[in-house]
Design a protein. Structure first.
Length: 367
């Protein structure tokens, strides 16, 4: 009988499990916990989306893995209208069960086992997890001129989670040139693309980056952030039609299907932008409140030009010391070392709390 190595043993500890004691200390604050450690929405799903979900709730049959024609058309139209991504066919887009799922499984779905995958130096942990699940080699690199020439796959993330940094068109074009030269596939996680504050984020699939050629390029989008649909699990892959169809074939075989009522709700979320604009305004106000308070508490905010987080550091403290300092005031953040060794001097502070909680955090920072 052969020996078995549980897959979980090759993965890092789930990051948020490692700060349970810090969370408990923050929760013991007399005024209660302000949890700014996770980027999960707290505002209600817009009523039109709730209604669309209910309208399709009685549908009994199996949904389409590729997405309904209406959903695929809505994805194509929304990506064009919101982000200037042009020329996508209905076969070049695919709904997924949230974005984390496809990030975690993409190297496996694309058959990259044993190859080299590049992820950002400071990166959302699931890029590394997905690479390890596929049995690939992880290389952290932000500069295409320094990336290994045998790279098979690259995860990009702009705007960045956690830093809020925005990749320039020039940098994106350099990565595309790298892919053309080496044959690497690039997947760009763009779930914060609509949340530019001090910079204007650009998609990997924008014509200014691709010159109209999406070969080897994929963009990943989500409805969790600005449509508040994290509980619905709504993600999207778009780009190179051959790669999208390759991913679809594996997903059809394995039952990775977005439920039918959720697909119907996605159409409602994609066909109008008003709710996204309103949510963006809400986050802008919360961001401003924390941006004013953090320097008064001795923090420096780096990058943070876009997205749902402030990437902050406090002089003389590493990320865990700053985490403890905040916890003593009943505020829970995410330590920067969650995102790689290069994040060890920062904490990530989310904007995803109610107005009242954000106000409370700002008052505690000033006291």
């Amino acid at each position: 009988m052969g020996t078995r190595q549980p897959l979980s043993t090759v993965l890092p500890d789930f990051p948020w499990d490692t700060i349970a004691d810090v969370k408990a200390r923050a929760a013991s604050h007399p005024d209660g916990l302000v949890d700014l450690s996770v980027g999960g929405p707290v505002d209600d799903v817009p009523p039109t989306i709730q209604l669309a979900l209910a309208e399709n709730a009685a549908a009994p049959g199996y949904p389409q893995t590729a997405g309904t024609p209406e959903l695929r058309a809505a994805i194509v139209a929304a990506l064009s209208r919101r982000f200037g991504i042009e020329g996508l066919s209905s076969g070049a887009v695919l709904p997924t069960i949230g974005l984390k799922e496809v990030v975690a499984w993409l190297p496996t779905l694309l058959g990259l086992r044993g190859q080299t995958v590049v992820i950002p130096e400071v990166a959302y942990p699931t890029y590394e997890v997905g690479t390890l699940i596929a049995g690939c080699n992880v290389v952290r690199c932000d500069d295409p001129s320094k990336a290994p020439r045998d790279t098979a796959f690259v995860f990009l993330n702009s705007p960045s989670n956690p830093t809020g940094a925005v990749a320039s068109v020039e940098l994106l074009r350099s990565w595309v040139a790298f892919a053309r030269e080496t044959g690497a596939i690039i997947a760009s996680d763009e779930c914060y693309l609509y949340l530019g504050w001090a910079a204007e984020p650009v998609s990997l699939l924008h014509p200014s980056v691709t010159d109209g050629d999406n070969t080897g390029l994929l963009a990943l989008h989500s409805l969790s952030k600005t449509s508040n649909m994290a509980s619905y699990r709504c993600g999207m892959v778009s780009g190179d039609v051959a790669l999208v169809q390759e991913i679809l074939e594996v997903r059809k075989q394995t039952g990775l299907i977005v439920p039918g009522p959720i697909q119907h709700a996605m159409v409602a979320a994609l066909e109008t932008d008003l709710h996204e604009e309103m949510q963006r305004s809400t986050y802008a106000m919360r961001r401003l409140e924390l941006l004013k308070a953090l320097p008064e508490a001795g923090f420096v905010v780096d990058h943070s030009e876009a997205g749902l987080y402030l990437w902050a550091r406090r002089e003389g403290m590493d990320s865990r010391q700053a985490l403890d300092w905040l916890a003593d005031r009943g505020i829970l953040a995410a330590p920067g070392d969650f995102y790689g060794p290069a994040g060890a001097q920062h904490v990530r502070i989310a904007l995803t709390a109610t107005d009242a909680k954000i106000d409370s955090a700002a008052q505690r920072l000033r006291s």
